[in-house]
Design a protein around this ligand. Structure first.
Ligand code: NZQ
Ligand code: ZN
Length: 385
């Protein structure tokens, strides 16, 4: 196992009808900004519940945070926080609203150009406003981690940042809040969580026995519950398992003490920024191709993954790896998510554009070995055509 530190300060309040607990979770004297996305939080009644729980506190609202939250929109929230001297943020939504809130929490106190928060990956962050979340979409794990991804629309640049200062103080996870999600968002959520696990698991063995078993358990859980999660929107047992699995997939636990990849995510971010493809869909395109191209370096873990997650034990090593990759692709396709660039109307021109943007953003040494340079990214994208 590699050396590691593990610290996660986010308090989780999980279960049906837990939104009223905001009354205790948010400090009584807080001047609150509630941040949300488009129409869903209002339409589903969640915002009304939040308002009720916050009671007589000073509360303002900021709506309109879009999927793949934009720097341009978030800077308007930063202005509101500063102008109105608000001191506590509450995100109500999915990963985009939570990520956006993390950025606002930092930028509101930041001296200098806030874009440098993203350009430096969070290295220059020295503080943030406190914030909590009410999660309405299980997928990103943002509700219990210290990462955020923001897009500058003007330059089609989507960059992540991390900082110990942007763990949510608390997150309210009510699985019944997911009942209103369209099928497509559930499928996206399953795939995003799945790939968060593979980014931390499908690398090379370091004798991290518990992390491996934990990751395999989370992957198997997703495979087991995905059909029912889509078929039966109001099945509480299934939705609660999906929600907790997605949180555990990226709260630091399975990633502690193991090598991590993240090349699929970095290549996927460029596809979203250039072509507006949903985050999870970009992962479904890139991952099977990346596993194929990296099969020698990932050999031991691919064989372990095939056997323990998909029960693949017959055939030569090459055949078992092929079968594991095909099982992964079939799982994504079975959820209605195409795994080829061509299915999104993209071809060689897109490969050139994505490679160009990876270069422009310094994404030239990706993966657990730092060996995914621009040439290898090109090969992966060509394999995904
Ligand atoms: O905008 P509204 O109207 O609220 O609709 C949203 C949005 O259109 C809708 N929605 C959310 N909850 C709903 C609902 N509709 C009905 N009922 C509900 N309960 O869902 C749509 C998608 O929401 P979004 O927040 O964009 O989805 P997701 O949670 O998948 O977040 C994606 C973003 O997270 C980033 C991605 O890059 C992307 O920008 N990620 C963040 C990570 C992190 N912080 O650790 C890790 C991930 O790898 C990912 O990169
Ligand atoms: Zn993701």
């Amino acid at each position: 196992m590699l050396n590691f530190e593990f610290h996660n300060p986010t308090r989780i309040v999980f279960g049906a009808a837990t939104v009223p607990s905001l009354a205790q979770l948010v400090p009584p004297t807080a001047r609150v900004l509630v941040l949300f996305g488009g129409a869903s939080a209002e339409k589903t009644g969640t915002l009304a519940e939040v308002r009720r729980a916050l009671g007589t506190r000073v509360v303002q609202e900021f709506g309109g945070i879009e999927p793949n939250p934009s720097y341009e929109t978030l800077m308007r929230a930063v202005e509101q926080v500063r102008r109105e001297q608000l001191d506590f943020l509450l995100a109500v939504g999915g990963g985009s609203v939570i990520d956006g809130t993390k950025f606002v929490a930092v930028a509101a106190q930041y001296e200098g150009d806030p874009w440098t928060i993203l350009e430096t990956g969070g290295a220059t962050v020295s503080g943030a406003l406190p914030f909590g979340t009410v999660l309405t979409l299980p997928a990103t794990g943002s509700e219990m981690n210290n990462g955020s991804v923001v897009t500058r629309k003007a330059t089609q640049t989507k960059l992540p940042f991390r900082s110990a200062h942007v763990f949510p103080q608390f997150s309210v996870l009510d699985p019944t809040k997911t009942y209103t999600l369209p099928e497509k968002q559930i499928a996206n959520g399953v795939v995003d969580a799945f790939v968060h696990i593979t980014e931390q698991y499908l690398t090379y063995p370091v004798q991290a026995l518990v992390q491996d078993r934990f990751a395999e358990g989370l992957l198997q859980t997703l495979v087991e519950i995905a059909p029912q999660a889509i078929a039966a929107p109001e099945d509480y047992a299934t939705r609660s398992n999906l929600m907790w699995t997605a949180t555990l997939a990226l709260n630091g636990l399975i990633g502690a003490g193991v090598p991590q990849d993240w090349a699929t995510h970095m290549i996927g971010h460029e596809l979203t920024a250039l072509y507006d493809i949903d985050h999870a869909r970009t992962l479904a395109i890139v991952l099977p191709a990346l596993l194929d191209v990296q099969r020698d370096k990932k050999r031991a873990k691919l064989l372990q993954y095939g056997q323990r997650v998909w029960g693949i034990s017959n055939g030569s090593e090459e055949q078992r790896i092929d079968a594991a990759i095909e099982a992964t692709r079939g799982f994504f396709e079975g959820l209605g998510i195409p795994t080829r660039l061509s299915a999104y109307g993209l071809g060689m021109a897109a490969v050139d554009n994505v490679v160009g943007q990876l270069g422009a953003h310094g994404m030239t040494r990706l993966g657990e070995h730092g060996d995914v340079d621009l040439a290898l990214s090109r090969t992966i994208l060509e394999t995904a055509l």
